[in-house]
Design a protein around this ligand. Structure first.
Ligand code: AMP
Ligand code: MG
Length: 411
């Protein structure tokens, strides 16, 4: 395997093949977790009328500024009510949070700053003219883009859309991702495990990762290391937007995945990235289908997904925030050196003395899935790093969250 690609170059090669999927119209709540397929423009303003931000008294601010401290309370306005009669000079309206301001007044004095006896109000502490009023349109004006194309629809976005009366919207279609585990040693969930056999875990990690990336996982099961079976299942997988096979992509005698991909017309874009774990990653395309063959070791498979497949799935949805957030963190312990590849070690993060500190999560073998389960992030140790004492800083990519900014992967 010559010419291993640096992480950034491999990611560029993947993203170069992505075409955004078409959109479909869905009800507001079904849009949760999906990507806006259009700019959603508000037709209404929010708030739709001037209203009180406090429980208190609405009156003329200029009278407070002029020194007046006593007013006659002429009306009471609970939220949801509406008063047309103007409030005049020397008068005040008792008003609740969210209630519309009556005509004639522009300022609300919070109830805590007043005393009321009968209908006589005394303002003990004046407020500035215009205080405590939420102006019509101060949150959203008609014509504002309340949700830009490519944004993820989350709880705040659905609330904002609901507040302007949006009931349905265009979102991009979820990418359909075929998940196929390969290996004659693999046993499906619930089946007895014979000598030399192991349980399939990659189908489960991949399912979760695909789902969390807003895509639709389609688990196709296990292909034994048999040419015909591998061919049959990869052919079925190629009917999806994305193919995600694990295992069988290395240099073993029974590693048939690359051969079968080629036979079925997959054009290889690269095989091999300069990372540990995850070196023998194969990526190609057939038509619009993106075809990923990740190595079988469970951590290698998950790390490959995080680095290349997750951004691709988000890009297929037209998302603008393709990456994980990252921080710079100091090593809590001495750092072992590396050889020819960038190492992505699993680590925990802690905030200490004003900065982030990372600790690796125990044994880092590419099959030790617990190192992933315990991790907050992946710390990148550059290739041919000589090793370092505790305290040296490295880039840590978080394994949660989202960002528009690509982490600075070492070359
Ligand atoms: P491979 O890439 O096929 O050479 O597999 C590398 C290692 O990962 C071997 O030890 C496999 O047994 C293991 N492995 C492959 N596929 C899976 C899977 N679906 N679940 C758990 N371990 C796997
Ligand atoms: Mg195998």
């Amino acid at each position: 395997m010559t010419g291993l690609l640096p992480i950034g170059d491999a990611l560029d090669a993947v993203l170069a093949e992505v075409r955004t999927l078409p959109t479909e119209r869905v009800p507001l709540l079904e849009a949760l977790g999906r990507a806006a397929g259009e700019d959603v423009v508000a037709a209404e303003r929010v708030p739709s009328f001037d209203n009180s931000a406090m429980d208190g008294y609405a009156l003329r601010g200029e009278e407070l500024a002029g020194g007046r401290r006593t007013f006659r309370v002429v009306v009471e306005i609970p939220a949801g009510h509406h008063v047309d009669t103007p409030v005049g000079a020397g008068e005040a309206a008792k008003i609740m949070t969210g209630a519309p301001l009556p005509p004639g007044v522009d300022t609300v004095v919070p109830v805590e700053l007043t005393t009321q006896a009968g209908d006589e109000l005394t303002v003990r502490e004046p407020v500035a003219p215009g205080a405590n009023v939420r102006r019509a349109g101060e949150d959203v004006a008609p014509g504002d883009v309340v949700l830009p194309r490519g944004a993820r629809v989350g709880p705040a976005e659905t609330g904002l859309l609901a507040s302007v009366g949006v009931t349905d919207l265009e979102v991009t279609r979820r990418p359909r991702v075929a998940i196929l585990a390969t290996g004659s040693e693999l046993v499906a969930q619930g089946e007895p495990v014979g000598p030399g056999q192991i349980r399939d875990s990659n189908s489960f990690t991949a399912f979760g990762q695909v789902l969390e990336a807003g895509a639709e996982p389609v688990a196709l099961g296990i292909a034994r290391d048999d040419l015909d079976e591998t061919r049959r299942l990869i052919a079925a997988a190629l009917e999806h937007d994305v193919v995600l096979t694990s295992g069988g992509v290395s240099v073993g005698e029974f590693d048939f995945v690359k051969q079968v991909q080629e036979e079925l017309g997959v054009e290889r874009r690269f095989w091999g990235v300069k990372t540990k774990p995850g070196k023998p990653l194969a990526f190609g395309v057939r038509g619009q289908t993106l075809v990923f063959g990740v190595p079988g070791n469970p951590v290698a498979a998950m790390v490959s997904f995080e680095l290349y497949i997750r951004p691709a799935l988000l890009a297929l949805q037209g998302r603008v925030d393709l990456y994980r957030p990252y921080v710079t963190a100091a090593a809590a312990e001495p750092v072992r050196g590396t050889k020819e590849r960038v190492e992505a070690r699993r680590c925990r993060l802690e905030h200490r003395d004003g900065g982030w500190v990372f600790t690796t999560t125990g044994p880092q073998g590419s099959g030790i899935l617990r190192s992933m389960a315990l991790a907050d992030g992946l710390v990148f140790i550059p290739a041919r790093h000589p090793g370092a004492a505790a305290g040296e800083s490295f880039v840590v990519m978080l394994l949660d969250g989202r960002s528009r900014e690509r982490p600075p992967y070492p070359a």
